[in-house]
Ligand binder design. Structure first.
Ligand code: 9WO
Length: 242
């Protein structure tokens, strides 16, 4: 999988992409993530990439030309046209299911807007899909692009242990994770649940399942309804006991 992030702030993206599991996956060649500075493609002699909105209004709008030339250069370098995703509060909400679908594509380009947005014509002409990571407004699309790149990268073969990649997908299909504990067995007078210490794997498995179900009912009843209606990723449907 190749992902290219088109941004005015490549250093902000590289700072995140060099660390932890994504950093290691990149170093091992399990994923290729590149950043491309939109400003490098401006034809303006002062390197400008934005201008005031037609019709008036607050702030600045990113111009079409540098974005379009950036994307065309990317297509020329790769010898193919990747799917282009614009990260925007107006996009379709991102789900685990969509991450799984995107992880199967050979390459993806992510466009990060800044200021008050991007000239609408570049969206019409070039963008294939708009994705939102939640109903709030940020200062730019970089953090959402990094969220998407992270969610996709962890699904790629070899990045995580085979079972870890599917946490929340196969076994507890659409449920929240059960509580987890590590040493010490007693911390500040709080003991780990006895069932996890007694070595009965069947009982422990049953306990984890019950805990996952109880937590989901209490904290995210909306997820439970979605799982009951089979809206979660492909796989077995959950037994809710009611
Ligand atoms: C700010 C603004 C201020 C005055 C009038 C209109 C305005 N629009 C915006 C705006 O939408 N700014 C965006 C900032 C432009 C695109 C990049 N930005 C962004 C992306 N903020 N939040 C996201 C985002 C992306 C995906 N999921 C959640 C949030």
């Amino acid at each position: 999988m190749k992902i290219e992030i088109m941004t005015l702030f490549p250093a902000m993206c590289e700072a995140v992409l060099g660390e932890s599991i994504i950093g290691r996956a990149r170093a091992q060649g399990l994923v290729e993530i590149h950043t491309r500075n939109i400003r490098d493609y401006t034809k303006d002699k002062h390197r400008r990439v934005d201008d005031a909105p037609f019709g008036g209004g607050y702030g600045m709008v990113m111009q079409a030309q540098p974005i379009a030339d950036c994307f065309r250069a990317l297509c020329a370098d790769w010898g193919s046209r990747p799917r282009l995703i614009y990260l925007s509060p107006q996009g379709k909400p991102l789900t685990q299911q969509r991450c799984k679908e995107l992880a199967r594509l050979p390459h993806l380009a992510l466009l990060c807007g800044h200021y008050e947005g991007v000239d609408e014509r570049v969206l019409e002409a070039l963008v294939d899909e708009e994705i939102s990571i939640g109903d709030y407004v940020l200062t730019g699309g970089e953090l959402p692009a990094l969220v998407l790149a992270d969610a996709i990268t962890r699904l790629l073969p070899g990045v995580l242990a085979a079972d870890a990649a599917y946490i929340g997908e196969s076994h507890y299909n659409g449920l929240l994770e059960h509580p987890q504990y590590t040493r010490p067995a007693v911390w500040e007078a709080r003991a780990v649940p006895e069932v996890l210490l007694n070595g009965n794997h069947a009982l422990q498995e049953q306990w984890r399942r019950e805990q996952a179900l109880e937590r989901t009912k209490r904290k995210r009843p909306d997820l439970l309804r979605a799982a009951e209606h089979g809206e979660w990723a492909a796989g077995e449907r959950i037994e809710t006991g009611d």
